[in-house]
Design a protein around this ligand. Structure first.
Ligand code: HEM
Length: 448
């Protein structure tokens, strides 16, 4: 059986590189082995692929030839067996169908004003000539937005507590060293509150408690008319007329809370960085904003081509999710001239595709214009993955990025607190700007 080139680096060294130098190690492999290569020596090959035609074949066949979701890895511990990320097959499709309306059409548009007012309010606390931690501000905004979308309200003691707990929970993995625990299951042992995993589990228990309390209360409010996701899920019935169990509701809610704000906060942090790292981008963006009617119509902002290109380029150059979810082959497959047997694991390498010089010349340069000059296929540009698992929150995330950037840039002028280029670092399973990244407000603008 003909297989692609295989990387024989010892497992521990590979993991070390994956944790501490995730992008460099992928790039080194790409330089040496090209579009498709196998890592590890196990019986079931683990294949990284960055060839758009190959990825197209995988993503268009991922319902029929591949298994996605399932498993018992870290994500299942983190989010539960009934999370959209863990579900597979028909159950996954049913749940996706149920959740999709919450992220499209009218419902999606109703979040626009919410995003605007939350970013306005959160950024009000920024002070002139003071440096601020960009991620903290972005995370505060995205967490409030998702709490409101999921539960319908973002006020009161329970929400405050949930917000604080979610923030501390995620900070367990906020640096490469802290993220190590994800990759070494033997570290995931509960030896009490003085161990990292022990504290992690105790915070998780408190979060679970709050979510179950909320579910219970909502179930009691028989005529609740909310348009939030929790209400949508409580009202949903399967084909036999059964409602979702409390545990199913819990797992879905926590998934959306986590997936829905961490990634968007990182992308927004990058966007603010790039806009100010490249002064010509800031200038151009501001000139596009200035031609807008002063009676702000958020839907016009979302349609601004240059703003769209800035967000696309941000998600291209450092996609926060470096590889799409793994797809496990279920039938024999010939791909790119190689023969693969069932059980082979494929990881579409988003970061590597986004840095192919044949598609993105000078790929390390931040140049939004490339998105105005040509269109890229969904297999050449895929920050949200693709196929049957494509990110369900894609439209929400894109809209949120645009409205938050517009709000912040309309209110203030910023500068970077250091001119050194930022290097991406691991943050849990994602890649993000370093936690220490700060900016300074230099001017408050006369803005409505
Ligand atoms: C810039 C922000 C975001 C990025 C870059 C991002 C990226 C991704 C990627 C790469 C995947 C895997 C897709 C695949 O393997 O084909 C994914 C899945 C997912 N994302 Fe996002 N995401 C973002 C924001 C959001 C938001 C706002 C939500 C929800 C409110 C969300 C919820 C999910 C869920 C539930 C899945 C699993 C979908 C499934 O398995 O069917 N994400 N995301």
């Amino acid at each position: 059986m003909v297989l692609p080139p295989s990387i024989s680096t010892p497992r521990l060294l590979r993991l070390f590189k994956l944790i501490f130098y995730p992008l460099d190690s992928l790039e080194n492999y790409y330089e040496r082995y090209g579009d498709i290569f196998i890592v590890g020596q196990s019986e079931t090959p683990f294949v990284y692929i960055s060839n758009p035609q190959g990825i197209q074949e995988i993503l268009t066949k991922d319902k029929t030839h591949f298994r996605t979701g399932g498993g018992s890895g870290f994500l299942t511990t983190f989010l539960g067996n009934n999370s959209l990320l863990s579900l597979k097959g028909e159950k996954h499709q049913r749940e996706r169908k149920l959740l999709t309306p919450a992220f499209h059409g009218e419902r999606l548009q109703s979040y626009a004003t919410l995003i605007y007012s939350i970013s306005d309010e959160v950024s009000e606390k920024l002070e002139i000539n003071q440096s601020f931690n960009v991620r903290e501000i972005m995370q505060e905004i995205t967490l409030q937005v998702i709490l409101k979308a999921v539960f319908g309200i973002a006020e009161g003691k329970r929400y405050q507590k949930l917000k604080n707990l979610l923030t501390s929970w995620l900070s367990f993995f906020d640096s490469p060293i802290n993220a190590t625990i994800i990759f070494f299951p033997f570290l995931q042992k509960d030896w009490g509150n003085w161990t990292t995993w022990g504290r992690f589990l105790r915070i998780k228990a408190q979060i679970d408690d709050l979510i179950y309390t909320e579910i219970n209360e909502r179930r009691q409010q028989k005529n609740y008319q909310g348009k939030d996701i929790l209400t949508l899920l409580i009202l949903a019935r399967d084909e036999d007329g059964n409602p979702m169990s409390d545990q199913e509701l819990h797992d879905e809610l926590i998934t959306l809370l986590i997936a829905g704000h961490e990634t968007t906060a990182s992308s927004l942090t990058w966007a603010l960085y790039w806009i100010h790292y490249c002064p010509e981008v800031e200038e151009k963006l501001r000139s596009h904003f200035s031609i807008l009617d002063k009676n702000i119509d958020l839907l016009n902002i979302i349609k601004l081509p240059y703003l769209d290109a800035v967000c696309s380029e941000t998600l291209r150059i450092y996609p926060v999710v470096v590889n799409a979810f793994i797809r496990v082959l279920e039938t024999p497959l010939e791909l790119m001239g190689y023969q693969f047997k069932p059980g082979t694991v494929f990881a579409p390498a988003i970061y590597l595709v986004h840095h192919r010089e044949d598609i993105y010349p000078n790929s390390k340069q931040f140049r939004p214009e490339r998105f105005l000059e040509r269109q890229f296929s969904p297999y050449e540009y895929l920050p949200f993955g693709g196929g049957s698992r494509r990110c369900i929150g894609m439209e929400l995330a894109k809209m949120e990025m645009k409205i938050v950037l517009f709000t912040l840039l309309s209110k203030y002028k910023f500068k970077l607190s250091s001119s050194h280029p930022l290097k991406p670092v691991r943050r849990g399973l994602t890649i993000a700007p370093p936690n220490s990244f700060k900016m300074i407000i230099t001017q408050k603008l006369a803005y409505t």
